[in-house]
Design a protein around this ligand. Sequence first.
Ligand SMILES: NC(=O)C1=CN([C@@H]2O[C@H](COP(=O)(O)OP(=O)(O)OC[C@H]3O[C@@H](n4cnc5c(N)ncnc54)[C@H](OP(=O)(O)O)[C@@H]3O)[C@@H](O)[C@H]2O)C=CC1
Ligand SMILES: O=C([O-])CC(=O)C(=O)O
Length: 270
Amino acid sequence: MVLKIGLVGCGAIGLEIARAIDRGEVEAELVAVFDRNGDRARELLKGLRGKPRLLELEELVEGSDIVVEAASQRAVPEVARAALGRGRDLMIMSVGALLDPGLRRTVEELARDRGCRVYLPSGAISGLDGLKSAGAGRIDIVTLTTTKNPRGFAGAPYIEDRGIDLSAISKPTVIFEGPAEEAVSAFPANVNVAATLSLTARGARVRVRIVADPDIEVNIHEICAEGDFGRITTRVENVPSPRNPKTSRLAALSAIATLRSIVEPVKIGT
Ligand SMILES: NC(=O)C1=CN([C@@H]2O[C@H](COP(=O)(O)OP(=O)(O)OC[C@H]3O[C@@H](n4cnc5c(N)ncnc54)[C@H](OP(=O)(O)O)[C@@H]3O)[C@@H](O)[C@H]2O)C=CC1
Ligand SMILES: O=C([O-])CC(=O)C(=O)O
């Protein structure tokens, strides 16, 4: 049976996912899309050969085997409850939402009760395979250093609340340092990867450093993890999405790769 996918969020990541399915790169059918911005959803549909329907969330869930969230952290509670509550599998891109302990518990309980799977793609980072293995032992500390062009941080609550003038940054500047839980609320569209690291590290401390560098055009994520296994360091220099400079192209590719791994019989990696 062909996997039926319902997509919530038709922005930079949603568009790439929809196109990959439409080109036959994932053996699945995109049956429906939803976005609070109807124009963006209609624009996405125009470019596809297939004919997914533009539906409200409840109807989208009804017709899908798996719901893919590529919208925002704010969207996650409603989408998760709608999908898991009806026994549908769920993929979450706005992983930062799951650092709210109440929501994480709800998602885990609903998934267990209804026999559903919840997929959290690696997103814009590398090294989760090793970190996942390390988590079976003891991880002491994980640090994430994220560096983007200042324009990538525009609109973040941390920037707005403090009135930080991003255009005045003329050299690499540390604009935030703190735990993952704070980072994902302060920069909800920039460091969801901190939450993915935190969940993978199973309770180990994840410290986040955010750097604005006016001289770069890539989104860099550097990770260092230490524990009884030794040390892992990884660094990705990501090409930003042409549609959304906050988001890296690798994040959309990781969603597509996760969907493939769901439908393909051979699973590679930890
Ligand atoms: N896990 C990871 O590694 C990564 C995660 N992300 C996260 O993935 C998500 C999608 O990223 P991206 O495609 O770049 O984002 P975009 O902003 O490009 O697109 C998101 C779309 O979803 C819409 N949307 C927002 N909230 C809702 C809602 N409650 N219900 C329905 N639609 C909604 C937005 O509308 P509007 O424009 O009106 O807000 C927009 O059209 C973001 O939360 C982003 O932070 C991004 C990169 C990496
Ligand atoms: O795409 C990226 O570089 C990472 C990102 O925005 C996020 O984790 O929210």
